[in-house]
Design a protein around this ligand. Structure first.
Ligand code: AMP
Length: 553
């Protein structure tokens, strides 16, 4: 759709295409008559239900267009015989251009005035000026139309212009409205939408024909959870970060499952998961886990609006482990990974991978694929066979395009931190990746915010999801810790760090965040001044700093 149409649509009123009022040349003194050439008449046009032409701006004073009338009205007060022809409406948007820019350019180049009277299917074009300027304008328009690859009807005219042009008449048409085609112009291709749609459905069916069935429902609600009253559920949600839930499926709303308040409520039937949880010593599920697990474990798509630090990674990983291990086709017989986590940055990808490895379940193998990492090594690992791929969209799309990874085997998809992925411009890569993932998969999406872009993504790629919003966490600092913020210039950073380390007491601990080098941050976290020399700590800081600078270069 052209900008023009986009602009005009808003005024259309939805009652079918309205005829446009005439666009007239801008006000200019008429030689000899003292009359003013009139600008469009918006009020009259609106009264007729037509579209207003206020988007049009008259040419700049002094431009060729504004000077035009002095030339084209050389035939005096009797008026000028315009060169008239008709064009298919589909090319009018391109002829007018954004806000009338193109038509003004054509007028300036040719020195003529161009008038367009738009009808439902065709528009009449009138070119005012002398033979030279009219022909010049006509040639420019023809060129534009050719570039739009259109054929168009034109009115037979006796003007010499047509005799010199590469046009042929189609005599089978009514003589008052002959169709004239540019010989060089390609034929207008008619798009057969019905056949395209049928073929798409057929192609889709073929593409997914040989895939194994998916099993998605693994939830057995515990008697304690089942016995919770509505009021108890409401109270629990209020007390747990003010969770709110909704069913986004159209039609009658489904019942949002009661929260699994204890780990056993969700994973009693999966002893290996329970063993993992006991191993790390977590007391109880976080709110997003309690409310998310019963939904995901039932095979329902989930949107979790939750920030980092809410336990959202385990909210999707744990049910993912169960899903992977409970498919009808055993893991080792599958032709590729079963679970994909798309995530915006390498740091986050590494963190999720660390969680995956920490809670390792029945030998499930995971790998991390991110831009800037060793591409060859990543390809080697993927081709050796893995169950879970945690990837940033750019690098994964690269491996997908080059056929290093089979995405058809994925049955459990996670779009983690979707808002950040969109902010970072990954939407095109996500779209390309998802083309190759079976549409009947289960999808979980997390996001810290819920703006329009994320809603659109969810609508396109999740099927009848439920949504769980986790209210903001209480992130205020404890009042027993004194906080000091010191802002120092870049060039003083190293000297300040040196001074800070040197003045630390032997029992002090330090975490130094250096750029985005999270791996180094983790290393630094383990240091205590008692166990490591100040010199070594500072040299570590400097090495990290230098590597950040090198990476930037
Ligand atoms: P995330 O929001 O996924 O980045 O998780 C933040 C941190 O919370 C991670 O270090 C997790 O290991 C930890 N975590 C996840 N679930 C729980 C839980 N139920 N209890 C305590 N800590 C948890």
């Amino acid at each position: 759709m052209s900008d023009w149409e986009a602009d005009s649509d808003g005024d259309g009123g939805g009652s079918g295409p309205a005829a446009l009022p005439e666009w007239r040349p801008p006000p200019a003194p008429c030689a000899g008559s003292g009359e003013q050439a009139r600008s469009p008449e918006p009020e009259r046009a609106e009264a007729r239900g037509g579209r207003r032409l206020e988007a049009w701006r008259p040419p700049e004073a002094g431009s060729a267009a504004a000077r035009g009338p002095q030339t084209w009205q050389r035939r005096g007060e009797q008026g000028v015989e315009p060169l008239r022809f008709r064009l298919d409406s589909t090319v009018i948007g391109a002829l007018i251009g954004r806000g009338g820019a193109k038509i003004r350019e054509l007028e300036d180049l040719s020195g003529s005035r161009i008038q367009i009277i738009r009808g439902e299917h065709e528009a009449e074009v009138k070119i005012f000026g002398n033979d030279v300027t009219q022909n010049k304008a006509k040639m420019l328009i023809d060129d534009l139309v050719k570039r739009c690859s259109q054929t168009y009807p034109a009115e037979r005219t006796e003007k010499a212009f047509f005799k010199h042009q590469d046009f042929s008449y189609n005599d089978s048409q009514d003589s008052s409205c002959d169709f004239v085609k540019c010989r060089n112009a390609p034929q207008k291709s008619v798009i057969d939408w019905t056949s395209l749609r049928e073929n798409k459905a057929r192609y889709e069916a073929m593409k997914w024909a040989d895939l194994p069935p998916i099993e998605k429902n693994f939830y057995k609600e515990s008697p304690t959870v089942a016995s919770m009253s509505r009021e108890e559920v409401e109270n629990w949600r209020k007390e747990n970060n003010d969770i709110t839930c909704d069913d986004l499926k159209g039609g009658e709303k489904r019942y949002i499952p009661n929260p699994a308040c204890k780990f056993e409520d969700a994973f009693k039937h999966y002893p290996d998961v329970m063993a993992n949880i006991r191993k790390v010593g977590f007391q109880k599920p976080t709110p997003i886990q309690s409310q998310g697990w019963p939904i995901i474990l039932q095979g329902i798509d989930l949107i979790g609006i939750a920030q980092t630090g809410t336990g959202k990674t385990l909210a999707y990983l744990m049910p993912g482990f169960v899903h992977l291990d409970s498919q009808p086709i055993p893991r080792h017989q599958r032709d590729g990974p079963g679970m994909l986590v798309l995530i915006p940055t390498r740091e986050l990808a590494l963190q999720v991978e660390a969680e995956c490895s920490k809670y390792t379940y029945k030998g499930i193998k995971s790998i991390c694929i991110y831009g800037g990492g060793d591409r060859k090594g990543q390809i080697n690992m993927v081709t050796k066979g893995v169950d879970i791929v945690i990837a940033t969209p750019g690098r994964l799309n690269d491996l997908q395009k080059n056929n290093f990874i089979n995405l058809k085997s994925i049955t459990y998809l996670v779009l983690d931190e979707a808002d950040r992925m969109l902010d970072m411009g990954f939407e095109p890569q996500i779209m390309k990746i998802l083309i190759d993932i079976r549409p009947d998969r289960q999808t979980v999406m997390t996001s810290a915010t819920w703006p329009d872009g994320v809603r659109r993504l969810a609508k396109s790629y999740l099927k009848d999801p439920m949504i769980v919003y986790v209210g903001t966490l209480d992130l205020t600092a404890v009042n027993t810790v004194e906080q000091q913020v010191v802002v120092i210039p870049e060039e003083e950073k190293r000297a300040f760090t040196r001074y800070f380390i040197d003045t630390m007491k032997p029992t002090d601990k330090v975490i130094i965040f250096v750029g985005k080098k999270l791996t180094y941050v983790i290393k630094l976290m383990t240091y205590q001044v008692t166990s490591v020399s100040r010199e070594y700590l500072f040299s570590l800081f400097m090495a990290t700093e230098n590597s950040v600078i090198e990476n930037k270069l």
